[in-house]
Write a protein that binds this ligand. Structure first.
Ligand code: ARG
Length: 307
């Protein structure tokens, strides 16, 4: 299919999907932000993962959480990334999920031709103070902060996933990010936005249902997406590895990441999913993130990859 794309086109239907090869190339990400977990806790419930069956909040072991976070930081460095730490902020237990507070835009895909950090509009007031904290670190890394011309919700790289190696954003629409906010993102981009609708409350961010492993491969849970969204993924991504549904729900298997195109960092114990990843030629590196799973997050959302 050859079609000339308007830069920030909003794509909702498989028949409008561009060919990946027609999109501008993007360099690989070389840096990762992590946020100091000292304040991490489950202090309120804003997603279904944060409560136990009787309705009370899950209990966090902060010491274990720190060990798990340190192991993730080492694993990212071993994959060749430079890590940068966002300082903790008292009263912000979810800051550690630093994929959510901003959408970084590389110069190659930015309407201004320079690196931008588009500030999130966090859906829940409990998380709004985190945004300037993450933007301050991004600014130090050369990203110019910009606010959206709307207060409609948008949660950064929780719902906005850059396609590896190509100027295209997979734009989650669901409990945390709205089409109205995405239309305020579009003017800042020279990249199409592919809208994917989330339909299951357990998969409240796109990064809980889809991981782009490399330019041609994803790990995903099709059932978390609407039927037309599934078709879009099928139209654009030639190799699709399905996560085991139980592992995706209980261990957030799709909240994995593949920083070097070879090694998949994933929560420990996703045996079925990991078998499929290995069969596809990936090296699987299992990490313990179970303290963070209690809050509804794992490997992918505990870091923000930037160029
Ligand atoms: N407790 C956090 C929240 O509900 C977890 C965020 C995890 N982030 C993610 N992208 N999945 O907002």
């Amino acid at each position: 299919m050859t079609r000339t794309l308007a830069h920030a086109e909003w794509i909702e239907r498989a028949e409008h999907a561009p060919a990946l090869e027609s999109l501008a190339p993007l360099p690989p990400t070389r840096r990762a932000l992590l946020a100091d977990p000292s304040e991490f806790d489950v202090a309120y419930a804003i997603n279904p993962h944060m409560r136990v069956a009787d309705g009370s909040l899950k209990r966090v072991d902060r010491e274990r959480a720190r060990e798990q976070w340190l192991a993730l930081a080492s694993a990212l460095r071993e994959c060749g990334l430079h890590t940068h730490v966002v300082p903790a902020l008292p009263g912000c237990p979810d800051l550690v999920f630093c994929a959510n507070q901003a959408l970084p835009v590389p110069p190659e895909a930015s309407a201004l031709g320079r690196s931008l950090a588009l500030a999130s509009n966090m859906r829940w007031p409990q998380r709004r103070r985190e945004v300037p904290q993450v933007l301050a670190t991004l600014r130090e890394l050369g990203y110019a902060p910009r606010r959206l011309a709307t207060l409609a919700p948008l949660e950064g790289m929780g719902d906005g996933l850059w396609h590896p190696g190509r100027a295209l954003v997979w734009a989650g629409v669901g409990p945390r990010s709205s089409p109205r906010a995405w239309s305020a993102v579009a003017p800042w981009l020279r990249a199409p936005l592919v809208a994917l609708e989330l339909i299951d409350p357990d998969f409240y961010h796109l990064d809980t249902a889809l991981a782009l492993l490399d330019e041609r491969t994803c790990l995903w849970l099709p059932d978390a997406l609407s039927r037309s969204s599934r078709r879009l993924v099928e139209a654009l991504i030639p190799r699709r590895i399905e996560a085991d549904p139980g592992e995706a729900r209980e261990r957030l298997a799709c909240n994995a990441c593949c920083p070097d195109g070879r090694t998949v960092l994933i929560q420990r114990g996703c045996a079925v999913t990991n078998g499929r990843l290995r069969a596809a030629g990936y090296e699987v590196r299992e990490l313990d993130t179970d303290e963070f799973l209690k809050s509804g997050g794992s490997v992918f959302c505990m870091k923000l990859l930037v160029w």
